[in-house]
Design a protein around this ligand. Structure first.
Ligand SMILES: Nc1ncnc2c1ncn2[C@@H]1O[C@H](COP(=O)(O)OP(=O)(O)O)[C@@H](O)[C@H]1O
Ligand SMILES: [Mg+2]
Length: 233
């Protein structure tokens, strides 16, 4: 059988609920979150740089970040999703993209992001994968080079979303939340612990992060696994 042609290195179509089932209640909830973020501000400015994190592992950070990126792209915004979890990178897998170079290369060299950023099958949605795992993710994210990169990306995209590691375990998300216009905290039903959720909030407040709200992920309802959003903090 002939091999299927690859699209920009992509090996499979994206399997995000907001793409495969835009009419589902979960997709509708992502659109509600989109609206809330569109009306949120950082000072008097619109939110252009968004950080997604959670207290611990496997709470739905990457799932939420990718679906949020997709619904903003569906609204016609030019969106860049950055895999800033250089410790446990998953965005390239979600979008079926190569990860030979990505954020770690951009931060450790003078390579511009534009040479490394990849298109996805979702119109208006672009991805900067993590790149090879560096020995020093926190130092790279905290470097002056990161500030340059953020400015560069802000001028090229309407919205830049950073998918981060868990905030209680490592300082990476705290570093990025201090530089972002807004931060979304993901909590997952039956997985996130209350003490860790409070610790996450404290760590964000310590760096004066603009906490836009919490996505409460995985609430079982009669019909579906839900994603609920509580606006404000
Ligand atoms: N509400 C949910 N219901 C069922 N599975 C979920 C839910 N949220 C996330 N998952 C699954 O849990 C795993 C971890 O999710 P992920 O978004 O990668 O978490 P994180 O980035 O926080 O580590 C993935 O396999 C994802 O598909
Ligand atoms: Mg993740």
């Amino acid at each position: 059988m002939a091999k299927k042609p690859k699209m920009n290195g992509q090996t499979h179509a994206v399997n995000l609920i907001t793409m495969t089932n835009p009419a589902s209640p979960i997709s509708e909830q992502y659109r509600t979150i989109r609206t809330n973020i569109q009306f949120a501000t950082a000072g008097n400015q619109k939110i252009k740089v968004l950080v997604v994190t959670s207290p611990g592992p496997s709470e739905g950070k990457s799932t939420s970040a990718a679906n949020l990126a997709a619904v903003f792209a569906q609204a016609g915004q030019r969106v860049l999703l950055v895999d800033a979890d250089m410790r446990k990178a998953t965005v390239h897998k979600t979008f079926g993209l190569a990860n030979a170079s990505g954020l770690s290369n951009v931060l450790s060299t003078s390579a511009t992001g534009e040479n490394v950023i990849q298109r996805t099958t979702v119109p208006n949605l672009f991805v900067l994968t993590s790149g090879p795992k560096p020995p020093n993710p926190s130092e790279l994210l905290g470097s002056p080079r990161m500030l340059q990169v953020i400015e560069e990306l802000k001028s090229a995209y309407d919205l830049v979303i950073f998918d981060m590691p868990p905030i209680v375990a490592v300082t990476d998300a705290q570093i990025m939340a201090s530089k972002a216009d807004g931060t979304i905290l993901i909590l997952r039903e039956n997985i996130s612990r209350k003490d860790e959720a409070l610790k996450a909030k404290e760590l964000l407040q310590m760096v004066h992060a603009n906490i836009l709200g919490v996505i409460y992920n995985g609430v079982s309802t009669d019909k579906d696994q839900g994603y609920y959003y509580y606006y404000g903090n």
